[in-house]
Design a protein around this ligand. Structure first.
Ligand SMILES: *Cc1c(COP(=O)(O)O)cnc(C)c1O
Length: 455
């Protein structure tokens, strides 16, 4: 059969509250046009993020009941640690309440003024945590990444030549080399096993630890399996193990490819660094056998890791975004292609060429999708990345709107509705106007900034 069905049945449902256009206009004004300020009950299709919003399986809910809340030495930790190590063979696994807590601990040890931390593209919290220590977060994506028309299969790759020249010129200032898989901020695009190995080799040749931000490791492994020469016959867990065998450590958000609603971890091979990280963990998160989590969360993650590497799931997962992307592209809507693993990325820069970058075309498009159809997406452009640490503004490399797909939550008809909303906004695109920011914090401003529409 050609139809790829959702590989699950639905046992519990959450009703969607229908809203109408006039209501949504009022809601937008009250939220100062920041979609993060809208209550979720006022959203019909919530694609703000794929983080922490997965539908857990019956087995995960059962695991929640198995959770043991002992302060030290809980069997939940043992199960969690074994599940992580089965896929990611690191010596030390340190649970944290989210990915960003793992980043904060790692960069409190490796960051600091004058240092440079390169990656294919840093995610926003990674960048925030690096910059908070005074270090520089440097993005070195491959050249195809910046070209929304390029159909290159591994647009999440890192630019090896630029990494090499950085290490030659500024090696003393680089404490580690990072790689984000898949490359979230760069369009949810995968990095190839060949590129991951090349980055690792280069880092190691210069004596630098190689750290993977592995939030979407399973989606990345699926892309390696179906797109990379010689990988198609291999199992997903085998590919995952190969990827992490190259690395000296990882940061992880279990809210992504572990089907959990909360959680994360920092994994390291270096004993001394891990000991320092555990000391920081006790200070800011909790005892090393629970980190910032309840025992039941550790069990939900352990079960989620067993489920996320399922090929039927990954085939369906990636297909949803391909389907939406193909339908939009064939109707002339500018989208990032090929489709990303966890999201559809609309190219607001090309869709709204009459809105200059610092009038935030991505914000204008995201607001219009909510107004028109109650769909909540997320600007990934000059609102998110346009403010420098010194407070000045510069346009981001791309003006995107990310429509992130929660795992196992929405169905085919939701995808069809989404396409209809986007096409309706596209038909009216010339009427859309930009925004100005009237209130904002210094860092991570997209979460709390207030906007005013330009007339
Ligand atoms: C979500 C995410 C993080 C941060 O994880 P949280 O659990 O949200 O703190 C880091 N890197 C990437 C690539 C992510 O997608």
């Amino acid at each position: 059969m050609k139809t790829i069905i959702e590989p699950f049945r639905i046992k519990a449902v959450e009703p969607i509250r229908m809203t109408h256009l006039g209501e949504r206009r009022q809601i937008l004004a009250r939220a100062h046009y920041n979609l993060f300020a809208i209550r979720s009950r006022d959203v019909m299709i919530d694609l703000l993020t794929d983080s922490g919003v997965a539908a857990m399986s019956g087995d995960q809910w059962a695991a929640i009941m198995r959770g043991d809340e002992s302060y030290a030495g809980s069997p939940s930790f043992t199960r969690f640690e074994a599940a992580v190590k089965a896929l990611m063979p690191f010596k030390h696994v340190i649970p944290t309440h989210q990915g960003r807590a793992a980043e904060a601990i790692l960069f409190s040890l490796l960051g600091g003024a004058g240092r440079i931390i390169p990656s294919n593209t840093h995610f926003d919290t990674t960048r925030g945590n690096i910059e908070a220590t005074g270090a520089e977060a440097l993005d070195l994506p491959c050249s195809e990444n910046g070209d929304p028309n390029s159909l290159a299969l591994f647009k999440g790759d890192m630019d090896i030549e630029r990494l090499k020249s950085l290490l030659e010129r500024e090696g003393a200032r680089v404490p580690c080399v990072m790689l984000t898989i898949t490359n979230n901020a760069g369009g949810g695009q995968p990095a190839s096993l060949a590129n991951i190995r090349a980055v690792a080799e280069l880092a190691h040749a210069f004596g630098k630890p190689f750290i993977i931000d592995g939030c979407r490791f399973a989606e990345n492994a699926w892309f390696i399996k179906v797109r990379e020469r010689g990988q198609s016959e291999r199992s997903i867990p085998d590919i995952v193990r190969d990827v992490f065998a190259c690395a000296d450590g990882m940061t992880m958000s279990a809210k992504k490819d572990a089907f959990a609603n909360i959680g994360g971890w920092l994994a390291l091979n270096d004993d001394a660094l891990a000991a320092e990280a555990r000391t920081r963990l006790i200070l800011t998160e909790g005892f090393p056998t629970y980190g910032g989590l309840a025992g039941r969360d550790l069990d939900a993650i352990a079960q989620g890791l067993a489920e996320i590497v399922d090929e039927d799931y990954l085939r369906y997962r990636v297909r949803v975004n391909e389907y939406v992307t193909e339908r939009l592209a064939s109707a002339g809507v500018p989208v990032v292609r090929p489709a990303g693993g966890h999201a559809v990325f609309l190219d607001a820069g090309r869709l709204l060429p009459h809105i200059p970058p610092l009038e935030y075309p991505g914000q204008a498009l995201a607001v219009a999708l909510y107004e028109t159809g109650g769909v909540r997406g997320c600007e990934i452009g000059s609102v998110m990345f346009g403010r420098r640490p010194d407070g000045s503004e510069a346009p981001a490399a791309m003006e995107l709107v990310r429509l992130a797909m929660p795992r196992r939550v929405y169905t085919q008809s939701h995808a069809d509705y989404l396409i209809e909303v986007i096409l309706a906004v596209h038909a009216e695109r010339e009427r859309l106007r930009g925004f100005r920011i009237v209130e904002q914090p210094l860092r991570l401003r997209h979460f709390t900034a207030k906007f005013e529409p330009l007339s």
